[in-house]
Design a binder for this molecule. Structure first.
Ligand SMILES: Nc1ncnc2c1ncn2[C@@H]1O[C@H](COP(=O)(O)OP(=O)(O)O)[C@@H](O)[C@H]1O
Ligand SMILES: [Mg+2]
Length: 419
């Protein structure tokens, strides 16, 4: 067994096969090898039925793999007896989509429940419950019942309860899936605070890419029981490799206009419609030993240098791990040849999609294919040396303006973000 540095959860060739009636078998988890490091917020994303819940339940050994091993905090939980598992499970909290609260217990009683199971003295229980309710912002709701709370508040109770015995790991299985976007963000902010202030490692299971995007550092994409792609959230967003990953990204990041949108913009703007992909940093991919270059970082400088007219007509820029990523579309006008010269220079350092003018439009698919968005380049040895430095920079960047596509949709119509 190879114990990787700081690993807190390690799957090694873990599979889970359920045998149904007759000969029918479901391979819910299929040969998963995955390392989660201490202090991480690790997202696991996949469609319904991908095997996420089965995978996460192997961490606290509610499910045992049919083959392979699962090691948590240095202990091989996949082969431990129930009695030995008890102390390990106490260091693993879990929260759920359905909150799983006792409806006949008050908020305080729900939170105290794991402490009772652990035979804490009553006065210690009371003190701990008070502390936890303050931490999750529910101090004044201690004596209410779950039915008197909003969804977000219920999940805060679930979180307080999960934290009661000071876990080192928190498993969140679709914990925000029943919440509206605003409440989702509040709960995710709380999870972030738990990770940062208490040092709890969080495994975030979700089918929503924007959940991963908001707080995760790393993400694994699961499909049909397998991990098909994994990496930093920024790498996955900027340069997804697998089709299933690309589909998830499309739901979370807007900015590249679709065909109908381009046609509409040609009606409204006579100039040269060009989408510039924005990536604030280079992204190196150690798996394929390639780099995707930063893009769209010198647009304004080149616009003023070439003295062309520009109108920002569409776009969406988001931040992923504090780094800007997205696409913005301009309509450019200028004297003969000037726009061509400008685009030639822009294309040297940026991915651009040239949709042509209203009079001479470029076929949508041709334009997008020709652009070769996020084409990787082979890494040289020098790049390899610069890589670690870069990774650090990515962590440090903050202060990036976040624009939602709706705000930037200045073409007069609402961007409905459908994809
Ligand atoms: N206890 C079980 N018995 C039989 N099949 C199961 C069981 N639990 C899950 N499955 C099957 O395993 C697959 C993965 O399920 P699950 O882990 O719940 O996926 P997800 O959480 O990604 O939606 C599904 O096909 C599901 O029907
Ligand atoms: Mg599930």
């Amino acid at each position: 067994m190879t114990q990787e540095e700081n690993a807190i959860i390690e799957f090694e060739h873990a599979s889970k096969v359920y045998s149904g009636r007759g000969k029918k078998q479901t391979r819910a988890v299929d040969d998963v090898s995955l390392t989660i490091r201490e202090g991480d917020i690790y997202g696991i994303i996949g469609y319904s039925g991908a095997g996420k819940s089965t995978l996460v339940r192997m961490i606290n050994a509610l499910e045992k793999p049919t083959s392979g091993t699962v090691t948590v905090m240095g202990q091989q939980v996949s082969s431990m007896s129930e009695s030995k598992l008890r102390p390990v499970r106490q260091k693993i909290g879990m929260i759920f989509q359905s909150f799983n609260l006792f409806s006949t217990k008050t908020v305080a009683q729900n939170v105290a429940y794991p402490l009772q199971l652990d035979h804490w003295r009553k006065d210690y229980q009371d003190k701990r419950v008070k502390e936890l309710l303050e931490f999750v912002g529910l101090a004044e709701h201690a004596n209410k019942y779950p039915a008197q709370l909003s969804g977000g508040q219920k999940q805060r109770v679930g979180i307080a309860r999960a934290l009661a015995t000071n876990p080192k790991i928190l498993l969140a299985d679709e914990a925000t899936s029943a919440l509206d976007p605003e409440t989702t963000t509040e709960v995710l902010d709380l999870l972030k605070k738990i990770n940062e202030q208490l040092g709890v490692t969080i495994v975030l299971i979700t089918h929503q890419m924007n959940v991963v995007q908001q707080i995760a550092h790393h993400v694994a994409v699961m499909s049909a029981g397998r991990i098909v792609e994994q990496g930093t959230v920024y790498r996955i967003f900027a340069a997804p490799r697998e089709d299933v990953t690309k589909r998830f990204i499309a739901t979370a990041i807007s900015g590249l206009p679709d065909e109908a949108r381009v046609a509409k913009m040609h009606e409204d703007w006579p100039g040269r419609l060009v989408t510039v992909i924005v990536r604030q940093h280079d992204i190196t991919d150690p798996v394929t030993n390639t780099r995707i270059n930063a893009s769209g970082q010198n647009i304004s400088e080149l616009i003023s240098k070439h003295q062309i007219d520009s109108n920002l007509v569409f776009g969406g820029i988001d931040t992923v791990q504090g780094v800007a990523i997205g696409a913005i579309t301009y309509s450019f006008d200028g004297a003969d040849g000037e726009v061509d010269d400008f685009l030639d220079e822009l294309a040297r350092n940026s991915d651009i999609v040239d949709f042509g003018t209203a009079k001479n439009p470029v076929d949508y698919n041709e334009a997008v294919e020709h652009a070769g968005i996020a084409s990787p380049v082979e890494l040289t040895e020098e790049d390899g040396a610069a890589r670690d430095e870069q990774a650090e920079q990515v962590e440090q960047v903050d202060d990036v303006v976040t624009m939602t596509p709706r705000e930037v949709g200045v073409d007069g119509t609402e961007n409905t973000e459908e994809k």
